[in-house]
Design a binder for this molecule. Structure first.
Ligand SMILES: Nc1ncnc2c1ncn2[C@@H]1O[C@H](COP(=O)(O)OP(=O)(O)OP(=O)(O)O)[C@@H](O)[C@H]1O
Length: 533
């Protein structure tokens, strides 16, 4: 391990008088992979935002404490300052320009210029872009991250897995990069893609780059980390070499109690009444297209949908909910849904938790109350009181219900009136789930329900889904990149490849079977494996 490159000393930060970081000290050595862990809302992103000079920090009163880079006092007031010091950040939400090519995204604001006849005479400003050199640089950065795509392709429509690697390629193309922050980069990736990313991180660390890595997947931590730091309620409660700590100890330190997630025994279901029959279904969702899906969903089951990023698993629920153009037949309770319009589908008793919580899920500048009650209020006409001929919003009932949901899902907030935009990412995810559950749906479609939430909250969410299914017979279709999560509560798992159903398997099937189906093999090709559900 190299020398100390970065020191964060006595860092404290408050939002509206509420302390979210308390005297945090953290050191980072060059060439090390340092995992930063903690429950949702523990302060991880805030600490990284301070280091990267994010505007949000300075607009909300700045922070206390000092930063040192290679022994020199560092002032970062903007991401540009951070970049000048040699700090890069790969964000949780992608920051690429869809209409630009991969090369243009990698080189944005750092274009290589060359002299031409005119510029030699009239000066520097008339230099032209050196496309050849830029393509070579982009090619090299893509090779370092093992991404085998042409650099002149447009970013729009590429699978999410690719986007993550392009973001990293952009960061490592910067010649002075010494520290790289990864804020939950694997959350959007399937496990095999995440492995690729971890291998890339190792390669970067070997080149001497120091890596700060935020993740909720603790197995990843064990496979890659040199050091582990854990935040709890804004305080640094552990700073250890990874070899001296176990997964159980990490989980316990994060949440302050023992946590174990086990596979629930899957009850083999005898009644197989079809509630939803999906026939020749096509969805035009860029990057997640569905091309002729056929699948039946049984009443009262938890059906898992898995597959690699970009293969169409995400497109299915989005198509059914009318969020992207779709064609084919959706037969619900033996009747065809004539056209898929979101409002109509919601009225039929469907609820949806989107994988895109910022885009589709939440109204960020409204309160937790309103976010949770919104769909039920407008579609199901819940939470209304009738006075004479008029109907009014029953604010008291909304507040009472929201308080119950906050408790049930352990949403960390200051009050039911807090704006959702001010919650941590994981807590926003819980609000999306609370809204869907409030609708009391017949069919619940959940995409990536535990993305970005900590291990304690994950157990709570999976337990809740299981309880809704077992106690109330709710049919649940859960799409997830985490196979382990699908296996832990689903009755059957559909693997999607190239926009079609590759196979429907039991959760107890071997890893190899899932791997083969994900890589494009069909059920016929893997016959004899005793897998069919
Ligand atoms: N813009 C903001 N205004 C007010 N409070 C905020 C703001 N952003 C974050 N917070 C609060 O700061 C605390 C720490 O949030 P932060 O996003 O750093 O947590 P985190 O550990 O990254 O969580 P997660 O794992 O859910 O992403 C939370 O209580 C959150 O509600």
């Amino acid at each position: 391990m190299g020398q100390c490159i970065l020191e964060m000393k006595n860092i404290s930060k408050a939002y509206d008088g509420h302390k979210v970081l308390k005297d945090v000290n953290l050191t980072l050595n060059s060439g090390e992979i340092h995992c930063l862990l903690g429950e949702n809302g523990a302060g991880k992103s805030t600490l990284m935002n301070i280091l990267f000079g994010m505007r949000l920090i300075h607009q909300s009163g700045g922070f206390q404490g000092e930063l040192y880079f290679e022994g020199n006092k560092m002032h970062v007031k903007s991401p540009k300052d951070a970049m000048n010091w040699g700090i890069g950040m790969v964000h949780q939400e992608f920051m690429l320009i869809p209409g630009f090519t991969i090369m243009e995204n990698i080189k944005l604001n750092r274009e290589t210029l060359k002299h031409n006849i005119v510029s030699r005479v009239f000066g520097e400003e008339l230099k032209t872009l050196d496309i050849k050199a830029m393509r070579e640089d982009a090619r090299q950065a893509l090779e370092t991250v093992n991404l085998n795509v042409e650099e002149w392709l447009q970013v729009a429509g590429l699978p999410v897995g690719h986007m993550q690697f392009i973001e990293i390629a952009r960061e490592i193309d910067k010649s002075n990069i010494k520290v790289l922050i990864f804020d939950e980069p694997t959350a959007v990736l399937a496990e095999s893609e995440a492995k690729n990313l971890l291998a890339t991180m190792k390669k970067l660390a070997q080149k001497g780059i120091a890596i700060l890595f935020i993740t909720h997947r603790l197995e990843e931590v064990m496979s890659i980390a040199d050091k582990v730091s854990i935040l709890r309620d804004g305080e640094l409660v552990c700073h250890k070499a990874a070899k001296d700590i176990s997964i159980d100890e990490i989980a316990e330190t994060m949440v302050g109690r023992k946590i174990t997630i086990q596979n629930r025994a899957v009850v083999d279901r005898k009644d197989k009444e079809v509630i939803l029959d999906i026939q020749d279904f096509h969805v035009m969702m860029p990057g997640e297209e569905v091309h002729g899906m056929n699948m039946q969903v049984y009443r009262g089951e938890i059906l898992g949908i898995g597959g690699l990023a970009g293969q169409g698993k995400i497109g299915i629920a989005n198509g059914i909910m009318g969020l992207y153009p779709a064609s084919g037949h959706i037969i619900y309770n033996s009747k065809e849904l004539s056209y898929l319009h979101t409002r109509q589908v919601l009225k039929h008793g469907f609820a949806f938790v989107s994988e895109d919580r910022k885009g589709v899920g939440l109204i960020l500048d409204d309160t937790i109350d309103m976010n949770i009650a919104f769909t039920s209020l407008h579609i199901n006409k819940q939470f209304l009181i009738k006075i004479g001929p008029f109907k009014f919003q029953n604010t008291w009932a909304i507040r009472r219900h929201t308080t119950k949901m906050i408790k049930e899902l352990d949403i960390r907030c200051t009050s039911t009136a807090q704006h959702v935009g001010r919650l941590s990412g994981g807590n926003q995810q819980k609000v999306c789930l609370a809204r869907a559950l409030t609708q009391n749906p017949n069919i619940l479609l959940v995409s990536e329900p535990t993305r970005g939430i900590d291990i304690g909250a994950k157990k709570r969410v999976l337990d809740l889904l299981l309880a809704l299914n077992r106690k109330h017979g709710m049919t649940i279709i859960m799409t997830s990149s985490e196979l382990a999560e699908l296996r832990s509560i689903c009755h059957r798992i559909a693997i999607i490849s190239e926009g079609k159903l590759a196979g429907m398997v039991k959760p107890t099937a071997k890893d190899k079977v899932f791997g083969l189906l994900m890589s494009g093999k069909t059920m016929e090709q893997i016959q004899g494996q005793e897998v069919e559900a």
